[in-house]
Design a protein around this ligand. Structure first.
Ligand code: UDP
Ligand code: MG
Length: 337
């Protein structure tokens, strides 16, 4: 169906999904009644982030009796933020809500978000976690550290309780879709744009099924993306460390001269190798920091597409989806729930 013939929608609900076969039935089961009760035209954009389990085939089954469910399948796994990016590009609604597929963000809050956006005439409504007690202590502590650092580096507008569960107006989504940076971290970019916003509190629930797709390595990568995306401050660390070692060197020269004048020498080679190792270490760290920025400049100049869509059920006839030769839909052998 050509894009122009698609009826306009008021609300798009964007959900990145990576190997969420375990969670998808629970998710659809809770989301659908909420959206049906809203009395607005809506679409659910389920972005399959290169799942290798039966997520896509299950979604295609579910779509058979839920026409508003739209599946945008990516050719490979590109990570949560980039999958979200694909969903924001695809979304057609006047308002777009991003929500996780594991029901940690309760869909029941969606109505309140939309109502707030309409009555208070704001462009962004953040879902704000009023309670994270269901997260592990490790997750809470690392998240606390992350937001503390981001507030210092990025600015005071970063809320430590707002993740990626939020509503955005078309104006905000259009700005986000124009961003040229390779890997924007939306939870920092959106507040930095300065659109009028409101908040809706919610209780962070436990993941309904399956495992977290955010191992420590991904969290570290998100942290590097967040820091380099907003601040050049780490580059100045080199300047300060250089200055510090220069001052230290001056002190040591004076100590050496005094020792020499009084007929002695600075003892041993321990002092020598400590100085050499320390400076070597500091220099490598500074080079590494520089490398983080240079790497991103390199990626930006390559300007490769951040994701490739394998199929989108809004623009491909449903019966031809499975016959597309580019599509590998992992068969779902389990009985329908
Ligand atoms: N996700 C994704 N691609 C990935 C990793 C995660 O699309 O490479 C999705 C995942 O399916 C879920 C959301 O991002 O809908 C958040 O992931 P998860 O719940 O595993 O993260 P956590 O809540 O543990 O931080
Ligand atoms: Mg989760």
């Amino acid at each position: 169906m050509p894009q122009s013939l698609v009826p306009p929608v008021t609300l798009s609900v964007v959900t990145p999904m990576y190997n969420e076969r375990e969670a998808v039935d629970h998710f659809v089961g809770r989301l659908r009644p909420v959206l049906d009760a809203l009395d607005v035209a809506y679409e659910v954009v389920a972005v399959d982030d290169g799942s290798t389990d039966a997520t896509v085939s299950r979604l295609l089954q579910l779509r058979a009796d839920w026409a508003e469910l739209r599946i945008v399948s990516l050719r490979r796994n590109v990570g949560h933020q980039t999958a979200l990016r694909a969903g924001l590009r695809a979304a057609r609604g006047d308002y777009v809500i991003s929500i996780d597929a594991d029901l940690q963000d309760p869909p029941e809050v969606i109505g309140e978000m939309l109502a707030k956006a309409l009555t208070e005439k704001v462009d962004v409504v953040y879902g704000v976690r009023s309670d994270r007690s269901t997260d592990t202590a490790f997750k809470r502590n690392t998240a606390g550290l992350y937001y503390w650092m981001m507030r210092r580096l990025v600015g005071p507008w970063v809320s430590d309780q707002a993740g990626d569960f939020r509503l955005m107006s078309r104006a905000v989504v259009d700005v986000l879709n124009e961003l040229a940076e390779p890997r924007p971290v939306y939870r920092l970019v959106v507040p930095s744009l300065g659109f009028a916003s409101a908040e809706v509190p919610y209780v962070r629930e436990e993941r309904v099924a399956g495992n977290t797709k955010y191992p420590l390595s991904r969290m570290i990568r998100l942290t590097f993306d967040s820091v380099t995306g907003f601040s050049a401050a780490p580059l100045k660390i080199a300047t300060w460390l250089g200055l510090l070692s220069f001052l230290l060197c001056v002190v040591l020269i004076v100590t050496g001269l005094v020792a020499w004048g009084t007929g002695g020498v600075v003892p041993g080679w321990t002092s020598l190798y400590i100085a050499v190792l320390l400076l070597g270490g500091v220099q490598l760290i500074c080079l590494g920091l520089l490398g983080e920025y240079v790497g991103r400049i390199y990626m930006a100049t390559q300007s490769r597409p951040p994701f490739l869509v394998s199929f989108d059920t809004a623009t491909t006839a449903p019966d031809s989806v499975e016959s597309l030769d580019a599509v590998t839909v992992v068969a779902d052998t389990r009985p329908a729930a």
